[in-house]
Design a protein. Structure first.
Length: 286
């Protein structure tokens, strides 16, 4: 009989204590963990965090928003959130199937560190930070620093992701998300884009644009963001954004889903469409 060391605590303290003594796999929704397991069982010690109620839920205080690590995509869809989080809600509705959305967790999506992780572009436009806890310390890293590359993060062996933090300043404005794949659902994206825009007196005061599936990790397009700031939010402004502006930032690869050249063209078109969906002239007709 195969025996696997397994621990399912109901509070965070015992979980972190156990992690100091065990090089464990952390299990929550398991929508990434189980498909990546080639054996009939998950090898090694397993820390199941699903009974820790304090790790699940969405809350707000004067600093901003806190999304607990085991909050599911369905929780996000159902939450009452400002328009700045619309991109995250749109992405949540395209994560796998309904069953995957019910089980899959926000932290699991980040820790899996796939270049095609649906949530990452959205979190980047929200200036998200990752809260990491161990027995001895709590530290916070910007999402862009937390993900090191494909399937690589800065999570230490004795740490868990406890929350995703969004500062109050990033919860302003409107946002949108678009994803391109071979079909609508249950696909890994060819390219995806999240956009958040703030306006003051008819001019763009803040722009956050992120592209996923077109680099080793999702990328903010800071050059394009800076170009948009101070301009009128019109179709003419959006049309000034060319595919060539993204060439130095995005580094797509050829794979079974698409070649690199198509990904670059797709990313440019998705950026323009995402912006177009938020433009005042578009909103006035919907």
């Amino acid at each position: 009989m195969i025996q696997v060391k397994y621990f399912r605590p109901d509070s965070l303290g015992p979980a972190l204590e156990w992690l100091t003594e065990n090089d464990a796999r952390i299990a929550a929704g398991c929508t990434d963990l189980l498909p990546a397991t080639t054996a009939p069982w998950v090898s090694g010690p397993v820390l199941d965090v699903t009974a820790i109620s304090g790790l699940r839920g969405i809350s707000q205080d004067n600093r901003g928003w806190r999304f607990g690590a085991t909050t599911t995509w369905t929780d996000v869809v159902r939450a009452d959130l400002p328009a700045a989080f619309d991109s995250l809600k749109l992405a949540a509705k395209e994560v796998g199937s309904i069953q995957i959305q019910n089980a899959g967790t926000l932290a699991g999506n980040l820790c899996n560190a796939s270049p095609a992780a649906d949530g990452v572009p959205c979190w980047l436009t929200l200036n998200a930070e990752i809260e990491l806890q161990s027995k001895n310390e709590t530290r916070v890293l910007p999402l862009g620093s937390f993900i090191d590359g494909p399937r690589k993060t800065k999570l230490k062996r004795d740490e868990i992701v406890s929350a995703i933090l969004v500062p109050k300043s990033a919860s302003l404005g409107r946002s949108s998300f678009l994803k391109l794949g071979a079909r609508k659902y249950l696909i890994i994206s060819i390219a995806m884009v999240a956009v958040r825009i703030c306006e003051q007196e008819g001019l763009i005061s803040e722009a956050a644009i992120s592209v996923g599936s077109c680099s080793a990790v999702a990328q903010r397009l800071t050059g394009i963001e800076n170009k948009l700031i101070g301009q009128s939010f019109t179709s003419e402004t959006i049309d000034q954004i060319t595919d060539e502006m993204m060439a130095d930032v995005l580094q797509p690869i050829d794979d079974l889903r698409s070649d690199a050249a198509y990904r670059k063209v797709a990313a440019g078109e998705l950026v323009r469409r995402c912006l177009g969906a938020l433009a005042p002239e578009k909103l006035a007709t919907t």
